[in-house]
Ligand binder design. Structure first.
Ligand code: ADP
Ligand code: MG
Length: 728
């Protein structure tokens, strides 16, 4: 056994006994480190309070004088909590978050020191942003980037730093981050949904998109993780033979959480609670060492921030508990990977969930309106929605029969399918009073308030209606939820806008009553969006064939999936909804393709090193032992040794064969990488990385995993799956 592997295993064994203490009442800790409504009330003047609240609830601007007051108040609170620094916290296109810390500390001209933090520093900052990916935006405009305060997501204290959530934009106004387009999409859906919601209730003046994410992750003992160069550099194992026991016994899912893990979770949840992240459920997931954490849902922008913050807190907390947390979508072959379901709905400022059926026909008509419009939107832009969750890591799930398939479809369950079918059958145009009564009582009125049917869910569906919300299941565990949320809310906004237009025309020009007009348009939508509805097995080959017939996209790889971003239809959608300009969309496509290339490139390099410097030398070492044995037998037994050494000779030969395959495939991969690097066009380059470079990974891995089975355990250099995967 290599020294590194041996030391890692010894180290991990030390950590088996832990004590768990669940500290304090959650509700008392909640938001302790957040400049939330309670703090605002306590620290802000009346003017400042009004100004900030109106910025939060209606998007109004905060003027500079008020910003100074807010900054002063935040500083006072932060210093009382032992804070020394502040940072603008933002989401560059790399997918994670970034921060640059500045001390409150400043010097006056006369040399006296003081703590300083004014409105200027609160509202705007200029990070040295030249090394964040911008997809060419900064070159095109020769503009520097700056961060700007997002007052809708409250500042929070993390460690000894006051973190201020911000957007990151260029001086010419292009978004260089994931938050700015999200905020614009949320604004668009607010406007469009509010206008439609007013058909049903004039008092609605704002609609918020809501998001409840469910974060899956793996934990690996830190020492063991660090013994594997692939885990450290790529976040996943590039080789490794399956452990004799995987997830086939289903004994991990919802099983007893190991004590060591529970101790980590308890500390993690305490920290999250202080940060205002409303964590609620925790449990084991399907695969060994796999877990899930989910909060109570929140307004989408805040939920996105909280998910990003969670991932960061988790990483640090894991380290403290001698774990490494893996957010990669597929850290281990042969067992389940990780995703992040995005539960989504729309909520009015009058407290109504627009995707929740109600107790009266009118409430149900409102429900049906938002329900059917969402279906219609996803049908129209299914490929675009698919593109929003494309990444090198997620390619291991989508399209490999593990997470939902790469084909987008919607599951609504038998009850609602029946309602839509019946509605579709109603005659067009003006309704007689009898028809109307019939429709209201027997179709719309039949939708129960609680859709029990949908609790029995179809787990293979990528977009499922689960009773009072839609659940998007294909999101990768590492993905910034801002990306799918931007697309989903934009397409629903666009669709609701269309809907309103069509209904108003029927009311004004065709003299239909409001509810008749709504029925007419919805019925049309039911007909034209049928192909996206599918309640069957999303993993089956039949569905793949059927989906092709229905002309649904089936983009299994990231380079393929990203193409649609710059299709004329997508560009005009984002532009017309004021979510992203053509330049911004193109920049995102470029950044995503670049990131894909980088990920595959790094994996290729690591695999190369693993083969040449770890696997091949170890296999040769072991083979030499066998050769020595065969030669010894020959010395003792002369020519009859061949029979005695038959097994050894067979293993010797097999080892050579696998070494030969590994070497030739690795060399072919290196060549392909060099060729790909020579390509100028980023689309072609990404495709070459997918088709010519990555395509070798599995072949190399196959022989490496065979060697793992042949080579004596003592000689094997890499920590094995069975050592990595079973935390006690
Ligand atoms: P699961 O999918 O694991 O069975 P649940 O159905 O209980 O779990 O809920 C999943 C998530 O859905 C939770 O994080 C919850 O906060 C979220 N959720 C519930 N209602 C809404 C809503 N109206 N909008 C957005 N998310 C919601
Ligand atoms: Mg779920």
């Amino acid at each position: 056994m290599s020294k590194i592997r041996f030391a890692a295993i010894a180290e991990s064994h030390k950590r088996n006994s832990v004590t768990i203490e669940e500290k304090g009442r959650r509700s008392e800790l909640f938001g302790k480190n957040v400049f939330n409504a309670e703090r605002r009330l306590q620290y802000l003047t009346k003017d400042a309070l009004e100004s900030v609240e109106s910025a939060i609830f209606s998007g109004s601007k905060i003027d500079r004088k008020i910003a100074d007051q807010v900054a002063e108040a935040m500083k006072g609170w932060a210093i009382s909590m032992g804070v020394t620094h502040y940072t603008h916290w933002f989401q560059p296109l790399t997918g994670s978050t970034a921060e640059k810390h500045d001390a409150f500390f400043d010097l006056l001209l006369d040399g006296r020191a003081l703590e300083k933090f004014g409105g200027g520093q609160l509202v705007q900052q200029e990070p040295d942003a030249s090394s964040f990916p911008s997809g060419g935006i900064r070159n095109t405009f020769e503009a520097r980037g700056y961060t700007a305060w997002d007052p809708t997501s409250p500042a929070f204290i993390y460690g000894t730093t006051l973190c201020i959530p911000t957007i990151f934009v260029s001086y010419t106004g292009e978004a260089l981050d994931n938050k700015a387009p999200l905020l614009r999409a949320l604004g668009a859906v607010d406007e469009a949904a509010t206008a439609v919601a007013k058909y049903f209730d004039k008092n609605v003046s704002k609609v918020n998109a809501t998001l409840g994410w469910e974060q899956e992750y793996f934990l690996v003992d830190k020492a063991l993780a660090e013994s594997r160069p692939d885990i450290i550099l790529t976040g996943r194992t590039l080789v490794g033979h399956s452990a004799a026991k995987g997830q086939q016994l289903d004994d991990h899912y919802f099983g007893v959480i190991p004590a060591r893990v529970l101790s980590f979770m308890s500390d993690l949840e305490q920290e999250c609670t202080k940060l205002g992240i409303p964590v609620k459920t925790r449990h084991n997931e399907v695969a060994p060492n796999q877990f899930e954490l989910a909060p109570v849902f929140e307004e989408a922008n805040l939920a996105v921030d909280h998910n990003l913050l969670l991932m960061d807190v988790m990483d640090k907390m894991a380290n403290k508990h001698n774990f490494k947390v893996l957010f990669h979508e597929k850290p281990f072959a042969g067992i389940n990977g990780s995703g992040k379901h995005n539960n989504w709905s729309l909520a009015t400022d009058t407290g109504v969930n627009l995707l929740s059926p109600g107790s009266t026909p009118m409430k149900n008509l409102q429900f049906l309106t938002f329900f059917i419009n969402t279906i219609k939107a996803v049908d129209a832009y299914e490929e675009l929605l698919r593109s929003s969750i494309a990444s090198a890591g997620n390619d291991h799930r989508l399209g490999t029969n593990e997470a939902p398939p790469a084909i987008l479809s919607i599951f609504i369950g038998t009850q609602l399918s029946q309602v839509l079918d019946e509605l579709e059958g109603v005659s067009m145009g003006k309704l007689s009073p009898e028809e109307k009564t019939e429709l209201k009582l027997n179709v719309v009125g039949k939708i129960p308030e609680i859709l029990l049917d949908n609790t029995d869910r179809n787990r293979t569906s990528p977009f499922a209606f689960t009773g009072n919300k839609f659940e998007m299941r294909g999101v990768g565990s590492q993905t910034n939820c801002a990306k799918p949320m931007t697309v989903l809310n934009t397409i629903v906004a666009k669709q609701l806008q269309e809907f309103k237009k069509e209904v108003d025309i029927l009311i004004e020009k065709k003299n239909l009553k409001k509810d008749e007009a709504i029925f007419n348009v919805l019925r049309e939508y039911i007909k034209t969006s049928k192909r996206i509805r599918f309640d069957g097995d999303g993993y089956s080959d039949e569905w793949e064939k059927e989906a092709r017939k229905r002309k649904l996209s089936n983009n299994k790889t990231t380079p393929q999936a990203l193409q649609v971003l710059t299709a004329a239809e997508s560009l005009s959608l984002f532009k017309s909804m004021n979510v992203m300009s053509e330049v911004e969309v193109k920049a995102r496509q470029e950044v995503e393709l670049g990131s894909y290339i980088m990920h595959v490139q790094i994996e290729g390099r690591v695999l190369n090193e693993l083969m040449y410097n770890f696997i091949i030398p170890s296999a040769i070492n072991y083979q030499n032992k066998l050769i020595k044995n065969v030669l010894g037998l020959k010395e003792i037994y002369g020519s009859s040794h061949k029979q005695l050494a038959a097994s050894q000779l067979e293993i010797i030969q097999k080892i050579s064969e696998h070494i030969e395959i590994i070497k030739s495939k690795t060399d072919a991969m290196i060549h392909a990488r060099k060729d790909a690097n020579g390509l100028k066009d980023i689309n072609k380059k990404a495709t070459a990385y997918e088709k010519d470079v990555k395509s070798h990974f599995d072949e190399i891995r196959y022989s490496s995993d065979k060697l793992e089975q042949l080579v004596g355990d003592e000689d094997w250099p890499l920590t094995k799956y069975r050592e990595l995967l079973f935390i006690k």
